[in-house]
Write a protein that binds this ligand. Structure first.
Ligand SMILES: *Cc1c(COP(=O)(O)O)cnc(C)c1O
Length: 381
């Protein structure tokens, strides 16, 4: 899209206004070829030679993601986890990183089981606590500070500008897992981040039918080249059809995220004082510990994710999830259909998540229907 003044919602809806120069098609073809022939001068027509790395079907979704985040470049990965570990794979033995004590459970599991095994030095701190973060970084030794905002499954919001200042002060880069915020609500580069990561499986695709991840860079520095080289050499990529579906999903990203945020806020406010609950965790609520930061940093809503702490134990929580008719008792998030999940069951015995916590991913169904479903489930359980 030539007009840089067009708003992000417009740019997303038109997937940057792409048209096929040969046919006028407004949706690009799905390239299935794994290899690309050279021309008479032995040059590559588009620069793509082999699809482990340079698949023409990635061009459009990667351009859309980079554009929406305001980054210099984006790379697609086979899953959110493949995208999450790529910035760590690109580090070197002995490099120090700081990561949150509460985040999407797969990443600390990988860091402990594989990252530290391969010589990364990792400190886990509460990244909603900026003093703890400042104390954890080591000047010239820390290479990466990782945060997730709002973070799974308690939806604490990290002050990204402060985290960036602390990371940069130590000579480290700031990476933000912005899956729950989406570029609709927060653009971390505007707050000083260097790397943005998405589990594109979730909101970016939005229809629970594609596994994908994305890493976005603010600038194409040497670290970014190393992340790109990691992908080129190991090929943790999605298929061409999934790349097409992802673009198709992103065209409705703004509508979906706004609808989900509105319903999530309505649900949080409706159940805040509910007698069957001890707490509702949602950054849009006035008594959320990071409400002020969220108001500054999130634009147009607080997202579609919230958690309930039920009065009772793990069994009570599981009964509530099982009693829902509309909310599906399934893992994942960010789809058009609402999901409810007992995280303790999924995360296993080592989980630090409170046993009475239910995570809700609010979809785009009618808000009144969703509220009625939760009300009957809480009553039934
Ligand atoms: C789901 C999720 C991931 C992992 O993504 P997958 O596509 O399931 O591998 C990483 N971070 C966050 C915040 C997530 O919600």
């Amino acid at each position: 899209m030539k007009d840089r003044n067009l708003r992000p919602a417009t740019r997303a809806a038109q997937a940057l206004g792409w048209e096929c120069p040969e046919t006028g098609a407004v949706v690009p073809p799905i390239h299935v070829s794994t290899t690309f022939a050279r021309d008479v001068d032995y040059e590559l027509p588009t620069g793509a030679d082999y699809a482990r790395d340079k698949n023409p079907s990635f061009n459009q979704p990667e351009a859309v993601i980079a554009d929406l985040e305001g980054g210099a470049d984006a790379l697609l990965f086979a899953s959110g986890m493949a995208a999450c570990v790529a910035p760590f794979q690109a580090l070197r033995q002995g490099d120090h990183v700081v990561a949150p004590d509460i985040m999407y459970y797969g990443l600390p599991k990988w860091l402990r089981g594989f990252g530290m095994d391969r010589g990364l030095s990792v400190d886990f701190v509460s990244t909603a606590d900026m003093d703890a973060l400042a104390a954890a970084v080591r000047p010239d030794e820390t290479k990466l500070v990782w945060v997730e905002s709002p973070c799974n499954p308690v939806w604490r919001v990290t002050d990204l500008a402060k985290a960036a200042e602390i990371a940069h002060g130590a000579g480290a880069q700031l990476a933000v897992d912005s899956t729950a915020a989406t570029p609709v609500l927060t653009r971390p580069f505007e707050h000083g981040a260097d790397i943005v990561v998405h589990a594109a499986t979730k909101y970016l695709n939005g229809h629970s039918d594609v596994m994908a991840g994305a890493v976005v860079a603010k600038s194409q520095d040497a670290y970014w080249e190393r992340i790109a080289e990691h992908r080129a050499l190991t090929g943790p990529i999605l298929g061409s059809f999934e790349a097409f579906l992802l673009t198709r999903g992103m065209r409705t990203l703004f509508l979906r995220v706004k609808a989900a945020s509105q319903s999530a806020l309505a649900i949080a406010e409706c159940f805040e004082e509910h007698p069957a609950l001890t707490q509702v965790q949602y950054p849009g609520l006035l008594d959320h510990p990071d409400h002020e930061v969220a108001q500054r940093q999130m634009e147009g809503g607080f997202g579609g994710m919230l958690s309930f702490r039920v009065k009772g134990d793990a069994d009570t929580a599981r009964r509530v999830a099982a009693s829902c008719n509309l909310f599906k008792p399934a893992t994942s998030l960010g789809g058009v259909e609402s999901l409810i999940e007992h995280r303790g069951t999924v995360e296993g015995p080592d989980s630090l998540t409170p046993k009475d916590l239910l995570r809700l991913s609010v979809g785009i169904e009618d808000t009144g229907d969703l509220i009625a479903d939760l009300e009957q489930a809480l009553t039934a359980a």
